[in-house]
Design a protein around this ligand. Structure first.
Ligand code: 6PG
Length: 470
C-alpha cells in the first residue's frame, strides 16, 4: 500500500497516462493480463519513476494507497465490466474506480449504482481527449461522479492535464455520467468540425480548382488567426504530407474516402434526439460519414446524376476572405449547438454542469481545442445561465457580421453542387434560432387537422381542437 495510482489496461493510452503521472512524481502501478505489457511498462520507466507492472489483480489492488484510485483504460462495453469484476473482490469502501474510456453514458450510470451498492465504491466516468500524445504530455480530462471523492483524484489529474495560462484542463464536471456525456458531445462537435474542414477543402478544390498547395497555406494562415485550433493545424500538416509508399504526390490522395467511426458522434445525435436538443450540424456530420460508405452507388450515380456548374469569375482573394468568415461563422454555430445540448442534458439528467468549466477545460489538450473556447468561457463567465452562446453580445455581434460571408459561401456550394451539409445546416440553425416566428404553427394545424392532436393559440390560454373544413 504505497502507490498513488493504479491503471488497468496498459495499451498505449493507459501506459502513456501512467508515464505522465510518473513524470510528475506519482508512484504508479499497472495491471494487464498480457505479461508482455505488464513487464514492458517497467522497462519504459526512467530512474526517477516509481512504476510497477503486474498481471495479478489482487497484488495490483493491494499495491495502492487507500482510498484507492484506480483507472480503467480498456475498450468500452463488456471489457469495462470484466475489469471491474476482476478488481471487485479486493476493493474496499471509499475506493475509487475511474473509467477513462469512451463509454456509453447509460452504462456509466448503471456502474455508478452497482458499485455504490456493492460496498460504497465510487465509480467515475471520465472522458479523456488528446490521443496518445495528449495522454503522455497533457490531455484534457472530463471526470464525472461523486464530488467529494474527486478530491482524492484532483492533485494527480491536475498535475498531468494540459495547461492553458497555468490552469489545468481538468475539473470535476458533475454527477453520474456527466463526464462521459461531456466527452460524447465533445466528440459530436469533433465530427462536425472535421466535416466542416473537409467541406471547405472540397469546395475550394473541386468547386474552384484551387491547388492543394494554396489550400494548405490557407489553413496554415487560419491557424494564426481567430480560427486557430488543433483541427485546423493538423489539416495544414496533412495537406503537405508526401506519400512515402509511392514517392509520388500527397498521401491524402491515396487514402480511401470511406469514413469509419467508433460511435460517439452517433450517440451524440441519438441522445440529442431523445432530449430534443437541436444539433443539425452534428447530425449532418454523422450522415456524411454514413453516405461515404456507399462508394459503389456513388460511383454509379456520378455518371448518371450529373450537374454542370455555371461558369463564374471569382477573385481568389475575395473567395478566400469569404470562406474564412464563413468557416468561423459555421464553427461557432457548431459549438453553440453542442454546448446548448450540454445545457439541456444537464437539466434532463441532473448533472449539475457548469458550462464555463466545460469551455475552460476544452481550451487545451483536447481535439476540439480552439482559440474560440476562451470567448465561450468568457460568455459563460458573464452569464452562467446563458442558454446559448449565440445570445452572448460579443459572440452574437461577430455572427451578425460574418453571416453575409456564410450566406455567400452556402450559395456557392449549392451552385457548384458540392455536398456541404455542415455548412448549410450551421447556417440553417442560425436562421432558425434567430426567427421570432417559425412556420411550425402550420405543422400544429396539420397535426390537428388529420389527428385531432390539438394546438395552443397565441392570443388566449388553453388547448384547442377545430373541426377543419375539407
Ligand atoms: C479524442 C477523440 C477520441 C476518439 C477518436 C475516434 O478526444 O481524443 O475524440 O476519443 O476516439 O476521435 O473517433 P471516431 O473513430 O468515432 O472517429
Amino acid at each position: 500500500e504505497e502507490f498513488d495510482f493504479g491503471m488497468v489496461g496498459l495499451g498505449v493510452m493507459g501506459r502513456n497516462l501512467l508515464l505522465n503521472m510518473a513524470d510528475h512524481g506519482f508512484s504508479v502501478a499497472g495491471l494487464d493480463l498480457d505479461p508482455e505489457k505488464a513487464e514492458s511498462l517497467e522497462k519504459e520507466a526512467s530512474e526517477k519513476h516509481t512504476i510497477k507492472g503486474t498481471t495479478q489483480a489482487e497484488e495490483f489492488v493491494k499495491l495502492i494507497k487507500k482510498p484507492r484510485a484506480i483507472m480503467l483504460l480498456v475498450p468500452a462495453g463488456k471489457p469495462v465490466d470484466s475489469a471491474i469484476d476482476s478488481l471487485l473482490p479486493f476493493l474496499e469502501e471509499g475506493d475509487i474506480v475511474v473509467d477513462g474510456g469512451n463509454s456509453f453514458f447509460p452504462d456509466t450510470d448503471r456502474r455508478v449504482k452497482e458499485l455504490e451498492q456493492k460496498g460504497g465504491i465510487h465509480f467515475f466516468g471520465m472522458g479523456i481527449s488528446g490521443g496518445e500524445k495528449g495522454a503522455r504530455f497533457g490531455p484534457s480530462m472530463m471526470p464525472g461522479g461523486n464530488e467529494s471523492a474527486y478530491e482524492r483524484l484532483r492533485p494527480i489529474f491536475e498535475a498531468i492535464a494540459a495547461k492553458v495560462n497555468n490552469e489545468p484542463c481538468v475539473t470535476y464536471l458533475g454527477r453520474g455520467s456527466a463526464g462521459n456525456y461531456v466527452k460524447m458531445v465533445h466528440n459530436g462537435i469533433e465530427y462536425a468540425i472535421m466535416q466542416l474542414i473537409a467541406e471547405t477543402y472540397d469546395f475550394l478544390k473541386r468547386g474552384y480548382g484551387i491547388s492543394t498547395d494554396k489550400i494548405q497555406k490557407l489553413f496554415e494562415d487560419w491557424n494564426n488567426s481567430e480560427l486557430s485550433s488543433f483541427l485546423v493545424e493538423i489539416t495544414a500538416d496533412i495537406l503537405k504530407q508526401a506519400d512515402e509508399k509511392t514517392g509520388k504526390g500527397l498521401l491524402l490522395d491515396y487514402i480511401s474516402d470511406t469514413a469509419k467511426a467508433k460511435g460517439t458522434g452517433k450517440w451524440t445525435s441519438q441522445d440529442a434526439m431523445n432530449i430534443q436538443a437541436p444539433v443539425p450540424s452534428i447530425d449532418s456530420a454523422v450522415v456524411m460519414r454514413n453516405i461515404s460508405k456507399y462508394k459503389e452507388q456513388r460511383v454509379a450515380a456520378s455518371k448518371s446524376l450529373t450537374w454542370e456548374a455555371p461558369a463564374e469569375n471569382v477573385e481568389e482573394a475575395q473567395l478566400f476572405a469569404e470562406i474564412k468568415d464563413a468557416f468561423y461563422f459555421c464553427m461557432i454555430s457548431i459549438y453553440a449547438q453542442g454546448l446548448a445540448q450540454l445545457t439541456i442534458a444537464s437539466e434532463e439528467y441532473d448533472y449539475g454542469l457548469n458550462l464555463e468549466e466545460v469551455a475552460k477545460i476544452w481550451r487545451g489538450g483536447c481535439i476540439i481545442r480552439a482559440a474560440a473556447l476562451e470567448d465561450f468561457r468568457q460568455a459563460y463567465q458573464k452569464d452562467a445561465a446563458l442558454p446559448n452562446i449565440l445570445l452572448d453580445e460579443t459572440i452574437g455581434k461577430s455572427m451578425v457580421e460574418k453571416q453575409t460571408a456564410a450566406r455567400a459561401i452556402v450559395k456557392k456550394v449549392i451552385d457548384k453542387g458540392i455536398p456541404a451539409a455542415v455548412f448549410t445546416s450551421a447556417l440553417a440553425y442560425f436562421d432558425a434560432f434567430r426567427s421570432e416566428t417559425l412556420p411550425t404553427n402550420l405543422i400544429q394545424a396539420q397535426r390537428d387537422f388529420f389527428g385531432a392532436h390539438r394546438y395552443e393559440r397565441t392570443d388566449v390560454e388553453g388547448i384547442f381542437h377545430t373541426e377543419w373544413n375539407s
